[in-house]
Design a protein around this ligand. Structure first.
Ligand SMILES: [Zn+2]
Length: 422
């Protein structure tokens, strides 16, 4: 929108002469007054008020995706800064949450209104869009932001500080105190060519979550505790993932960060209904070991499992041997396929690739490896920790830990015995 357009809109809004309004706006622009503030000032001068623009004033729980524009008074809960590519150009945008007594609403500010967490603002003429079924405010050129002296008291925490287990995809401007428990440097084909990023796993007292740092911060390294301010949350395989950007601040936390020893325990059915969980513990009976377990062959190009040296994507290939288990775990509430990688499979099988190949050669049948694993697992109860993802083909759990479940009485009995022995 040009200054002329702003002048025209404002003049017709106030019912005054456009040239006059234009001159006033121009003058303020010379002094670098932001357009939204300049318009507000002119509005006040003519005795107008943002309430007179025909935009309905609403409380947050009254706002719906059917509204096109609203005005409201709210407390700023969080402010996240992020750069996006839009129309071929990079834009810096601000995102977060606003709150009043009745609820919270997300916003995206396309201009820098200098919003700060904690302040109370009167928002005039915010646009609305539908973000996954929820209304989201768009604060743009035609939005007026006015600071309000007396602070609006709201039943929500200001500042975006959260525990990892509380994060949800879509959260912005979040602050977390975490331990970096895995961290890997990767080169990716980013929007500006090849870029280095960090990716790995963060943990706190409540859970673990994957993260990506798009602008590698030197403080982020395996084994360090960090405070990340101004992060945002996206969805990765149905679970939240923490994103750290050039606008995030990474410092040392002013408190020790404990790491949860175990993952939150779920029933299988409950976990599958949740749609995806990055870190979960399940206990159940292995009812079957699926085909494609044991000594398998993979395409060297894409890693897909191949049959008779034929890859679905690459035709005839020099297939490479690998070890894997796909076990069906059932606890009466549902089933998941637990996937064990080469190392965990070797542990269960009691030998690595060489042992498996020899076993298969002697028997002249590669299936003997899967059969022996089947004998070991089926009918027994296991405790599994890992990442669950759910898609149209079913629920898969990539196991980070897989061990026979110790029944409580046994543990107690063991302890009693050891006490007697000493
Ligand atoms: Zn392939």
């Amino acid at each position: 929108m040009s200054l002329d357009d702003h002048a025209e809109e404002l003049a017709s809004d106030l019912g005054v002469d456009k040239q006059e309004v234009r001159q006033k706006l121009e003058k303020m622009a010379e002094y670098n007054v932001p357009m939204s503030e300049a318009k507000q000032s002119v509005r006040r001068e003519y005795g107008g008020d943002s309430r007179d623009t025909g935009v309905p004033r609403k409380e947050i729980d009254e706002i719906s995706t059917n509204d096109s524009n609203v005005s409201l008074t709210a407390r700023v809960l969080s402010v996240g800064k992020r750069s996006i590519k839009y129309g071929g150009e990079r834009h810096v945008i601000f995102e977060g949450e606003l709150a009043d007594q009745t609820g919270t609403v997300s916003y995206t500010a396309w201009e820098d209104f200098g919003l700060e967490a904690g302040e109370t603002v009167r928002v005039g003429n915010a646009g609305l869009r539908d973000w996954e079924g929820e209304p989201e405010l768009n604060l743009g050129e035609s939005t007026d932001i006015e600071r309000v002296e007396e602070s609006l008291s709201v039943p929500y925490d200001v500042g975006g500080e959260a525990a990892l287990a509380e994060l949800e995809p879509g959260d912005r401007g979040v602050t977390v105190d975490v331990q970096v428990i895995e961290c890997e440097r990767k080169t990716i084909d980013g929007r500006d060519g090849e870029t280095e990023i960090l990716s790995g796993v963060l943990a706190d007292e409540t859970t673990r979550l994957p993260f990506t740092d798009w602008d590698p911060h030197p403080q982020i390294d395996e084994g360090t505790a960090v405070r990340v301010e101004n992060g945002f949350v996206r969805e990765f395989r149905d679970a939240p993932s923490v994103h750290i950007s050039e606008f995030s601040t990474v410092t040392q936390p002013d408190r020790p960060v404990q790491v949860a020893e175990s993952a939150p325990r779920y029933e299988v059915g409950e976990a599958v209904d949740a749609g995806g969980l990055f870190d979960v513990e399940l206990v159940g009976n292995v009812v079957a070991v699926r085909d494609g377990s044991g000594l398998i062959e993979r395409c060297p190009e894409c890693g897909r499992v191949v049959q008779s040296g034929q890859c679905r994507a690459h035709g005839t290939v020099e297939a490479e041997d690998d070890l894997r288990v796909k076990a069906i775990l059932d606890d009466g509430t549902g089933t998941v396929t637990v996937i064990l990688d080469k190392e965990r499979t070797a542990e269960l099988y009691g030998g690595g690739l060489e042992a498996a190949r020899e076993h298969a050669r002697n028997a002249m049948d590669r299936e003997v490896v899967a059969d022996s694993i089947r004998e070991e697992l089926v009918g027994r109860v296991f405790r599994v920790r890992g990442s669950l993802s759910v898609d149209e083909y079913g629920a898969n759990l990539d196991a980070a830990r897989f061990e026979p479940a110790q029944e409580e009485p046994t543990e107690q009995a063991m302890q009693l015995l050891s006490e007697v022995a000493t």
